[in-house]
Write a protein of this length. Structure first.
Length: 254
């Protein structure tokens, strides 16, 4: 079994939610009577939460977009972990196949023996043991690899989320929305239905940070777990001194 980026998205993984901030303009529309207590509270300056004229204005929203499918498919660490996962499953499958093969040999031997004899009962008991061992092994493997897959995806998600936060702050974005750039074709009804279910219909590609996130993730992954990286990151990204830190840690607030 290979880790599937689409399967991950089905689990509900997403990088950020959409929030719409609406700030009413002062002096527009009919004036409403203001309670004296509210006016007094608004004029109180406590820990910078309010000003002389009211609450501190919200930060103007700046939206960016990212295609999580593309990030996962192109993140070298995801590719490496997928191969390790598949190799481990093949090893376990081989162990279970040995048990199954031995059980088949016992069945063939029993067919040559007379039922009710001591040798037949001995082989029958052996078959029962092998069947129980095979079933227990299957259940254990399913639990083990299910947990391993969940832990792997949680680690990858945290790394991607942290890198998205750093790239977004570097580019002055306050929100990053997940989008899908999967092609829509009339011959694939699923692609049409998936597109109609997307919350985002249009987004300016200039605010898409998918490539930046992929390049940074791979750059720092190679620097820590792979071949030596180039002296500078990819051309589309800033120098290492100003680049976001590697994934995994929580993004700073600076």
């Amino acid at each position: 079994m290979v880790l599937s980026p689409r399967g991950i998205l089905v689990l509900g993984l997403s990088l950020a939610g959409v929030a719409y901030l609406v700030s009413p303009s002062l002096g527009q529309g009919p004036q409403q009577p203001v309670d004296s207590r509210v006016q007094k509270a608004g004029n109180t300056n406590t820990a910078g939460s309010t000003t002389a004229n009211g609450p501190k204005p919200p930060v103007p929203p700046v939206f960016g977009t990212i295609d999580l499918d593309v990030v996962l498919k192109n993140y070298k660490k995801f590719e490496a972990l997928s191969k390790e996962f598949q190799s481990a499953m093949l090893v376990r499958r081989g162990e279970l196949q040995k048990i199954d093969s031995e059980a088949r040999q016992v069945v063939e031997m029993m067919q040559k023996l007379t039922q009710g004899t001591q040798d037949y009962r001995k082989q029958e008991n052996r078959l029962t043991e092998l069947q129980a061992k095979l079933e227990a092994g299957k259940q254990q493997a399913e639990r083990e690899f299910s947990l391993r897959q969940a832990e792997t995806m949680a680690t990858l998600y945290k790394e991607i989320q942290a890198m998205v936060a750093r790239v977004a702050k570097w580019r002055g974005m306050t929100y990053v929305v997940k989008v899908s750039n999967r092609p829509i074709t009339g011959t694939d009804p699923n692609s049409v239905m998936a597109a109609m279910g997307e919350a985002m219909i249009y987004a300016d590609p200039r605010n898409d940070i998918t490539n930046d996130v992929v390049q940074y993730l791979n750059y720092y992954y190679k620097a820590t777990a792979g071949p030596e990286p180039a002296s500078t990151p990819p051309a589309r990204t800033p120098t290492p001194s100003s680049a976001p830190n590697s994934g995994g840690a929580q993004p700073s607030d600076n």
